[in-house]
Design a protein. Structure first.
Length: 46
């Protein structure tokens, strides 16, 4: 999950809170996953 993809998912849920994305909290989980992946990539560069 990239930060850009997570941002799009989060925005979609914010625009339509009644959608499944908005109701399930998937946007925040996507952001968390992207942050985790960013940290993993930083660790790999060392």
């Amino acid at each position: 999950m990239t930060s850009e993809a997570a941002s799009r998912i989060q925005s979609a849920g914010d625009r339509d809170p009644a959608s499944r994305t908005g109701q399930t909290g998937f946007g925040s989980r996507a952001q968390s996953s992207a942050a985790h992946n960013d940290n993993e990539q930083d660790d790999d560069e060392d």
